[in-house]
Write a protein that binds this ligand. Structure first.
Ligand code: FE2
Length: 336
């Protein structure tokens, strides 16, 4: 009865411990609380289990054969498929060095042997609640990404544009030394930047001929609409300015706000350089794909006109020409 508050929390817990008695103890205790428990006898088996079972939380013994707890934790936290799963390290040693190593490996929490049952259940409960909230957020993000991809899918000419933009913008951001959270924002913005086009009728979006002034005005609303769609997601805080400003130009002639120079967020300046390059090197209803050289030359002229950031473009050009990041192979595929 003392653990009643846990009863509303459910989930699958993976227990990895080389001592059968420890595994049985945790299994019994957690199963009695309504959790589904999977137990494994070593680190390698834990990694294997994670690749085939949906797990909500991992309890790891530190001293285990094959892979120890720190190594398993590091694997979990460096894999995009599993890094959001909370990891609790259980150790017989209470020494500080052990905890430091655990923190470095990305552990979310620690328990010291002998495990206090009330403490274990309290920690498991709070980490699982957090995990469920993260799952909800992930689902909301997944809906947005699906929506963005379905808009992209309407237009055969822009096929794969979102994925390329996401990948290249993140790489360019990395090359420019942007912060980790800005790079994550670029990765997300690459997919959702045009989600506001949902408000533009297909007849306009896919029109092969010239747009009327009114149609053009409607298209120009997509950054603001996109920002509004994504605004409720707190995790998209750094993505919103990219969505809103990805059509601004340095000389103030862009939209929707006519921002100039540094007033345009650096992340938006990064995305737009990649966006323009991708548009130029792809077939469109009104033009054939440019060659790499022609695309870069056109963009250089636009930099000189005062549209794009000269430094960002310079670094981008270097990446494209070096071919080391895969930009070149994309252009080769586009008909170089
Ligand atoms: Fe756009």
């Amino acid at each position: 009865m003392q653990y009643q508050s846990l009863q509303s929390v459910t989930g699958t817990i993976l227990v990895a411990d080389d001592q059968a008695a420890n595994r049985e103890l945790l299994d019994e205790l957690l199963t009695a609380q309504g959790f589904r428990v999977v137990t494994v006898p070593d680190g390698a088996a834990a990694v294997d289990e994670l690749s085939k079972t949906h797990v909500d939380l991992v309890l790891l013994d530190v001293m285990m054969p094959h892979l120890n707890g720190f190594e398993v934790c590091q694997k979990i936290k460096s894999n995009p498929e599993t890094y959001l799963i909370p990891v609790v390290l259980i150790t017989a040693l209470s020494d500080k060095q052990d905890r430091i190593e655990g923190i470095k490996a990305g552990a979310d929490d620690f328990l010291t042997r002998p495990v206090d049952q009330a403490e274990l259940l309290a920690r498991v409960g709070s980490l699982l609640k957090l995990k469920h909230r993260t799952d909800e957020l992930e689902r909301a993000e997944a809906v947005l990404f699906t929506l963005a991809r379905s808009i992209e899918g309407k237009d055969p000419y822009t096929h794969g544009h979102c994925e390329r933009l996401s990948d290249y913008s993140a790489r360019l951001g990395q090359h420019l030394g942007l912060a980790e959270d800005e790079i994550t924002a670029l990765r997300r913005a690459g997919v959702v930047h045009d989600v506001g086009k949902i408000a533009v009728p297909d007849a306009i979006l896919l029109k092969p001929g010239r747009l009327t002034a009114e149609e053009w005005k409607l298209i120009q609303e997509h950054p603001v609409v996109g920002e509004r769609i994504c605004a409720p997601l707190k995790s998209f805080r750094l993505v919103l300015p990219i969505i809103r400003h990805h059509h601004e130009k340095l000389d103030g002639s862009g939209y929707p706000d006519g921002l100039r120079g540094d007033a345009i967020p650096i992340t938006a300046r990064v995305l737009q350089v990649v966006d323009v390059y991708d548009a130029l090197t792809t077939d469109r209803p009104y033009k054939k794909a440019f060659t790499l050289t022609d695309a870069l030359q056109t963009m250089q002229q636009e930099v000189e006109k005062g549209w794009w950031d000269a430094h960002v473009f310079g670094e981008f050009e270097q990446l494209v020409r070096s071919g080391t990041t895969g930009f070149l192979s994309r252009s080769t595929a586009a008909g170089q």
